[in-house]
Design a protein around this ligand. Structure first.
Ligand code: Q46
Ligand code: ZN
Length: 311
């Protein structure tokens, strides 16, 4: 099998594009897909400062690497959740990448440690607040990323969600007709009000398999294990179903998700889009000032419950 572009020996096959690439042409393909995502969704400009949410996994480290190689000013934030046997290992992967790849390119790694800042690890906090671990985690991560982005003047926050993540999420939202979530499933969510950072997903054109290959080929050392709290059995099932369809008919995932985005783009011209409605309802949290639709934001409410429980 030869590379579709340069005709030397190919290392990876990309059935959905009817192509095969050698390492150099594959890296070019990956960069092109990200550059295309940034341009077509107007994610950010050359001079913008980007804050990448990194977890130590393949997607977020690949994203940081690609953005730096494309010449963007991309720093990163890692949130240590205090999960024994997992958080320290994932932090180590991030630290090593930051030291060897990012620092020489003048990029900075910010770290937020939940045990230090919130006073307890994620498991303990979720027990204190009687909430599932992942929803506690989601609230903290959203809050802290937004806080760092705003306080340190980043123009945009980028996450490593890939094509498989977005297609699985779309399938789940459709199966349950969660229309309010559908409206927010685009790869580029604008800054809603003063105090809410813009959020983008530059990897939505690349699959999980392609990102794992990118890391292996470029010697990016990432944490292979899933977070032990992941109860995403549902998401995994949707991914499995989509992978079966993809094997039978390459390109299904991209037709499904990109087709949805195409439809969404056409509708975006109507003035009643959910995002605009939400924007009108948002105001600063009475406690911390971050935007919320309630009097107090969900992070401040959660932390108040945790403090009350230990009193
Ligand atoms: S990190 Fe956090 Fe995930 Fe771990 S605790 Fe759940 S939400 S599974 S993306
Ligand atoms: Zn608040």
């Amino acid at each position: 099998m030869n590379c579709t572009k340069c005709k030397t020996k190919a290392t990876i096959k990309i059935p959905r594009h009817h192509a095969a690439f050698c390492k150099a042409c594959f890296n070019q393909f990956v960069q092109d897909q990200v550059a295309r995502a940034i341009k077509s969704e107007q994610m950010f400009k050359r001079e913008d400062r980007i804050l990448v949410a990194v977890s130590g996994g393949k997607d977020s480290l690949a994203l940081w690497d690609i953005l730096l190689k494309l010449g963007y000013k991309a720093d990163a934030l890692y949130v240590n959740l205090g999960i024994a046997g997992y958080s320290d290992r994932s932090q180590e992967k991030v630290r090593r990448f930051a030291e060897t790849v990012a620092a020489p390119l003048n990029a900075t790694l910010h770290t937020h440690t939940v045990e230090q800042e919130e006073g307890a690890g994620i498991k303990e906090l979720s027990m204190l607040t009687h909430r599932p671990t992942c929803s506690t985690c989601g609230t903290i991560k959203r809050y802290q990323f937004n806080r760092v982005a705003i306080e340190q003047d980043y123009d945009v926050m980028a996450t490593g969600h890939n094509l498989d993540d977005e297609a699985a999420r779309l399938l789940g939202n459709l199966l349950h007709w969660q229309e309010e979530y559908l409206d927010k499933q685009g790869p580029s969510l604008p800054a809603s009000v003063e105090g809410f950072a813009k959020k983008v997903k530059p990897l939505y054109r690349l699959s999980e398999r392609e990102l794992a290959a990118y890391c292996v080929l470029n010697k990016i050392d990432y944490i292979v294990d899933e977070c032990p709290m992941a109860q995403g059995a549902r998401t995994l099932l949707y991914k499995e179903v989509l992978n079966r369809l993809e094997t039978e008919s390459p390109g299904t995932k991209q037709y499904f998700y990109w087709g949805f985005l195409e439809k969404q783009r056409k509708q975006a011209a109507t003035p009643t889009s959910m995002t605009e409605k939400d924007q009108a309802m948002l105001h600063p949290c009475a406690t911390c000032g971050q935007p919320t639709t309630a009097e107090t934001c969900s992070y401040c409410k959660m932390m108040a419950r945790a403090r009350a429980a230990v009193r």
